[in-house]
Ligand binder design. Structure first.
Ligand SMILES: [Zn+2]
Length: 167
C-alpha cells in the first residue's frame, strides 16, 4: 500500500490518496493474516467504533474490509496514543468507475498537523510490515515515543506564527 497524495483538506481533516500495488488484493479477504497481526500489535484497536453496512464490531468488520480502511483506523489510533485529543473520525471511500481499481480516498481528522503527518508515515510502514509478515521490524513503543515528540513539536509550533517571505 502506498500513500500517493496528502492534502490538508481543512483545518482539522487531512485527505490521503492511497493505492494498492496489486489492485486485486485490496481487502483483508485476500490477506487474512493482516487483521490478526494488527490486533496483536495494537490490541486497543478492538475498542474502535466503526459504522459499517453489516453493523459489525470493528474487530469483526476487519475480517473482511478494505486494507485502506484499517490504515484509516491506524492513523486515528496512533494520534490518540501520542496526544490526548477529542474524538477523531475518519472515512474511506472509493469509486472505481472514475478512478483506477485499487485507488482509495482516506479522510482522517487531526488536531496537530505535525503529528498527523508522522502518524500517516508510521501507519503506512505498519500496514506494509503486516502485509510482509514482518511485524518484528516494528518497535511500537519507540514509534509512539517518536510520535509524542512530534506532537510536542507540533503544539509548540501552533503557539506562534512567523512569516518570512523572500522573493
Ligand atoms: Zn471504520
Amino acid at each position: 500500500m502506498k500513500v500517493v497524495e496528502i492534502l490538508f483538506y481543512n483545518s482539522h481533516r487531512v485527505k490521503l490518496v492511497v493505492e494498492m500495488p496489486d489492485p486485486n488484493k485490496y481487502s483483508t479477504r485476500h490477506s487474512p493474516h493482516i487483521p490478526g497481526l494488527l490486533f496483536k500489535l495494537l490490541p486497543q484497536l478492538a475498542r474502535h467504533r466503526c459504522e459499517n453496512d453489516g453493523g459489525y464490531s470493528f474487530k469483526k468488520e476487519c475480517q473482511s474490509t478494505e486494507i485502506p480502511h484499517l490504515f484509516e483506523h491506524l492513523i486515528i489510533e496512533l494520534q490518540a496514543r501520542a496526544q490526548p485529543s477529542g474524538i477523531l473520525k475518519g472515512e474511506t471511500q472509493w469509486n472505481w468507475r472514475v478512478d483506477p481499481k485499487g485507488r482509495f480516498h482516506v479522510y482522517v481528522d487531526y488536531e496537530n498537523e505535525v503529528l498527523v503527518l508522522g502518524a500517516i508515515r508510521v501507519a503506512e510502514r505498519i500496514i506494509n510490515a503486516l502485509d510482509n509478515r514482518s511485524i518484528e521490524d516494528i518497535d511500537m513503543d519507540k514509534e509512539i515515543e517518536n510520535l509524542k515528540m512530534l506532537a510536542k513539536l507540533g503544539s509548540d509550533l501552533q503557539k506562534f506564527r512567523v512569516s518570512t517571505c523572500t522573493p
